[in-house]
Ligand binder design. Structure first.
Ligand SMILES: Nc1ncnc2c1ncn2[C@@H]1O[C@H](COP(=O)(O)OP(=O)(O)OP(=O)(O)O)[C@@H](O)[C@H]1O
Ligand SMILES: [Mg+2]
Length: 500
């Protein structure tokens, strides 16, 4: 837009016409402030004089960021404007030219990037929270279990109904703690703290875990229908695959308005296709995807949702992960009727059996087996002693150096349960020291882990012959593992605590 010395419009190009909503014939000779309603981005004050200073000082101003309220429709756009003096052949200033650049899309993109970064840090946060909750939870569970068993046997003797109520309260507490345990397990599945780790897995439990995570989004909007038929296992990283299904479930929920859950449906189905691939479908009875949007839904940062609700990364991430597994993701949609996303994954080659935790019939050796529990968190040690003390002779130590000294000094232990992350000496260092002194006992050491490992810890746990138990430790399975470890010399244990 060109103006004279007083800021009245003398010329305007078609781009300025469409941006301001004013045809040049109407805008001509009007003052700039009438045609161009600019506001300061920070203060929201109207900017009604762009030209006076430029005319007086003869210097270019800008680019400055302003908001422009477009007159027709009252829409707001982000504008970067530059104002420069116009001079005639003698160098005298005769007016100004205002150059406007529409930065609305760039600004939107920027705020989305900021939001995406924040979401990435939520992943890190989740890993930390999972780790922090696990330790206290481990001894809450173990103590409650102990108290329940003790009270129940006391009850068998007396008939005081106060005691019955205590048992009931403890049972409810146990139930609540168990729910927290499941949340932590799900958080661990979805945090990106652990490196990409492919294994032969069943999709069923992964789908269940994603449903748990998305349940809050789903339940106010739709009924959930599961049609999970038994399909071949796949070769995938369970946390990544879980993320794919979670993204699809959240999208499905967001396509349905809140409130009429009885009229809507989200369906999750599994089946095998003609090529023997494992197919996972997530369908919704939501708004559907219009044709002009469909070609862009897998683009990173493409979203039709308001800022704060969608970053437009969900499907791009899904496509990346599914592609990485040699699979494909496709979509069927009908506007106003609903959408189905379909993932097809190659079935894993069937020579490896998915690691199911089989519980060997625990033949418990009474008070002859010496168990050393090594954990810097004293409460965990105490809880383990209570839980296992009836079956084993349990020694609890909070310092690996003391433990080593006592072993070297001649004290005999049959099995060690050792925390992996301890402040003075890590479980890994303890293992290295013990291996050089008593390799047999080192082989009979089970490492307790709380998730959110370092890369070094991850590599250590993957070494052959290293046994692990995920916290919170499932006492029943730990017991079974200890006795099978003592029964046969080189049993390979499945992770001890990965119970559902
Ligand atoms: N089930 C669905 N029904 C209708 N539209 C969908 C569905 N799934 C995806 N879309 C459309 O595809 C777009 C992109 O989806 P995508 O998951 O990549 O990003 P988002 O959901 O907008 O944001 P984010 O997943 O990053 O929070 C959505 O904004 C929406 O318009
Ligand atoms: Mg999404």
């Amino acid at each position: 837009i060109a103006t004279d010395l007083t800021g009245h419009i003398v010329r305007m190009n078609p781009a300025a016409e469409s941006l301001t909503g004013w045809p040049f014939c109407d805008a001509r000779n009007r003052h700039l402030r009438e045609v161009l309603a600019l506001r300061d981005k920070l203060t929201n004050e109207p900017v009604d004089d762009l030209v006076t200073r430029v005319v007086r000082e003869g210097k270019v101003e800008g680019p400055s960021s302003h908001r422009l309220s477009v007159s027709n429709g009252g829409e707001e756009r982000s504008i970067a404007d530059t104002v420069a003096p116009i001079r005639d052949s003698t160098g005298r200033i005769t007016g100004c030219v205002v150059v406007l650049r529409d930065t609305t899309e760039i600004c939107k993109m920027e705020s989305r990037l900021v939001f995406a970064e924040r979401m990435a840090s939520v992943g890190t946060l989740a890993a930390g929270v999972a780790h922090e909750i696990n330790n206290p939870l481990a001894y809450v569970l173990a103590n409650v279990d102990f108290a329940m068993v003790e009270l129940q046997s006391a009850l068998a003797g007396s008939r005081a109904n106060k005691l019955e109520e205590i048992v009931e309260a403890l049972q409810e507490a146990r139930h609540g703690a168990d729910r927290v345990r499941r949340i932590v397990r799900d958080l661990k599945t979805f945090s990106r703290a652990e490196a990409d780790k492919r294994e032969i897995v069943d999709v069923g439990p992964i789908i269940e875990s994603s449903i748990n995570m998305a349940w809050n989004e789903i339940r106010h909007r739709a009924r959930l229908v599961k049609e999970l038929s038994s399909v071949a296992p796949v070769d995938a990283d369970p946390s990544r695959l879980g993320q794919v299904i979670l993204n699809l479930l959240v999208n499905a929920a967001q396509a349905i308005p809140l409130g009429r859950a009885d009229l809507n449906e989200i369906r999750v189905a599994t089946r095998s296709d003609a090529l023997g691939r494992v197919v996972i479908e997530v369908s919704d009875s939501g708004c559907g995807i219009p044709q002009h949007v469909l070609s862009r839904i897998f683009d990173p940062f493409f979203t039709t949702k308001p800022i704060g609700e969608g970053t437009g990364l969900g499907l791009a991430i899904c496509q990346g992960i599914v592609g990485g597994l040699g699979g494909e993701i496709t979509v069927d949609t009908a506007e106003g009727k609903g959408t189905t996303f379909r993932i097809a994954l190659p079935a894993a080659r069937q020579n490896v059996i998915p690691s199911a935790v089989s519980e060997p019939a625990a033949k418990l050796s009474r008070c002859t087996t010496r168990l050393l529990v090594l954990d810097d968190e004293v409460m965990i040690g105490k809880a383990m002693r209570r839980a296992l003390g009836g079956s084993f002779e349990v020694t609890v130590l909070d310092c690996p150096k003391t433990a080593l000294a006592r072993i070297i000094g001649g004290e005999r232990f049959d099995v060690i349960v050792c925390d992996l992350m301890m402040p003075v000496m890590t479980g890994m260092e303890f293992h290295a020291a013990l291996s050089s002194f008593d390799p047999d006992l080192a082989r009979r050491t089970i490492f307790a882990t709380g998730g959110a490992f370092t890369a070094a810890a991850q590599a250590f746990l993957e070494r052959e012959g290293i046994l692990r138990a995920d916290k919170p430790i499932n006492i029943k399975m730990l017991r079974a593992s200890i006795s099978s470890l003592l029964g046969e010399t080189d049993v390979v244990l499945a992770p001890v605590g990965v119970g559902h």
